[in-house]
Design a protein around this ligand. Structure first.
Ligand code: UT7
Length: 341
């Protein structure tokens, strides 16, 4: 097991945004819980991802790694992002090359803010599926060690003239290294529950930039290469969806809210987080929040939280951690994460 994270050097305070839009610290703080965020100026998405991954692999100080791994030991890279440096090659392929992971299968996952939960689940499923069907038999394309990375540079897709969105987003990366030495599935995803409803896709979208509407004078002029969000609508759906997914994974894992050491929700808004926790039967003191320092970092947020929660001693080996997230797509989902003894 390993955890790592990275954020860009530049920290932007709420008051700094007053120079760009009609906003103020009081509104941002009380409506979102955000006080500052990190904005990548010199760093690319791949730079952030590489730093987080190096920490999780035990190659650089800063994160936590049970042991320092060899590059050739990594079998899988799942990279969750909606802000890749390039569409082709994938970010996972880019990271594989940068780290020299010559044996790894590598691909990206686009599930917006639910990306980290999707990434952990996909890694766990591939690990379990690649285990030998009968004890002692050779597995097919065995996945014993997987690197799950969530990294975003959302501030590049942010319209800095739109106060409804520009105060919300931040950049960063989180990484987790999963190991399956017993061929029994990943050592951490006890239960998971994933959902998508494309019927709500229009309330959180980037209208242009894909193959349907590639960049043109018209699309750039209309600001359609930025994220557009109907915040109030998203908010209403988020609470119920995150609570539903949380309850489903508790049931699937066969554990009660009292047995959950920590809830790590996607960090989109402190009001969403504080509405979700009591509905899951978990008191606020067992809910992890770092949105005040990072804002909404989409697919990176749960990875950033896992790294910080583990290193702060808020979770330890054996503890059940409930992850729950919601994002564009719409996507939502939950997982019970456990760093097994
Ligand atoms: O990451 C996963 C997906 N994203 C989310 O889960 C985000 C979900 N949504 C939210 O977090 C909230 O809806 C927001 C934080 C985006 C907005 O909060 P809200 O309480 O829903 O505010 P609102 O959009 O209803 O706006 C209330 C007022 C409006 O003024 P009027 O019309 O009442 O005069 C806005 O124009 O606040 C105004 N406003 C602002 N004022 C100062 C909106 N943005 C700002 C701002 N500064 N930055």
């Amino acid at each position: 097991m390993g955890f790592g994270k990275a954020v860009p050097a530049l920290e932007v305070q709420n008051d700094d945004l007053k120079a760009l839009v009609d906003t103020n610290d009081e509104w941002i703080r009380t409506r979102t819980g955000i006080e500052s965020r990190h904005v990548a100026v010199g760093e690319s998405n791949a730079d952030l991802a590489e730093q987080a991954a190096r920490e999780a692999l035990g190659w650089d100080a800063g994160g936590f790694a049970e042991r320092c791994l060899e590059a050739g030991e990594i079998d899988l890279v799942v990279f969750a992002t909606i802000t890749p440096d390039t569409v082709v090659p994938s970010m996972a392929g880019l990271l594989r090359r940068r780290l020299g992971l010559e044996n790894a299968i590598a691909f990206d996952v686009n599930a917006a803010c639910t990306g980290f939960v999707y990434g952990l689940t996909v890694a766990e499923v591939l690990m379990a599926a690649s285990a030998p069907k009968t004890p002692g038999a050779a597995g097919r394309n065995p996945v014993r060690r997987a690197l799950v990375v969530g990294a975003e540079r959302l501030t590049r897709l942010t319209n800095w003239a739109d106060r409804n969105t520009c105060v919300l987003f931040g950049d960063g990366a989180g990484a987790v290294l999963l190991e399956n030495t017993e061929d029994e599935g990943a050592d951490c995803v006890v239960a998971s529950d994933l959902h998508t409803d494309g019927g709500y896709g229009d309330i959180l979208k980037m209208p242009a930039g894909g193959s349907r509407r590639p960049a043109s004078v018209e699309s750039v002029g209309a600001h359609d290469h930025f994220i557009h969000m109907e915040g109030k609508e998203v908010f209403k759906l988020a609470v119920n969806a995150m609570v539903g997914a949380g309850k489903n994974v508790l049931e699937e894992a066969g554990i009660t809210p009292d047995e959950v050491k920590l809830v790590i929700p996607h960090q989109a808004n402190s009001r969403i987080i504080l509405a979700v926790a009591p509905r899951l039967g978990v008191p606020d003191e067992r809910v992890f929040m770092n949105i005040s320092r990072y804002g909404n970092t989409s697919a990176a947020s749960i990875g950033l939280c896992l790294d910080e929660a583990f290193r702060a001693g808020r979770i330890a080996k054996g503890d059940y951690v409930l992850l729950t997230a919601f994002g564009g797509g719409l996507t939502w989902g939950g997982a019970i994460f456990q760093y097994k003894e």
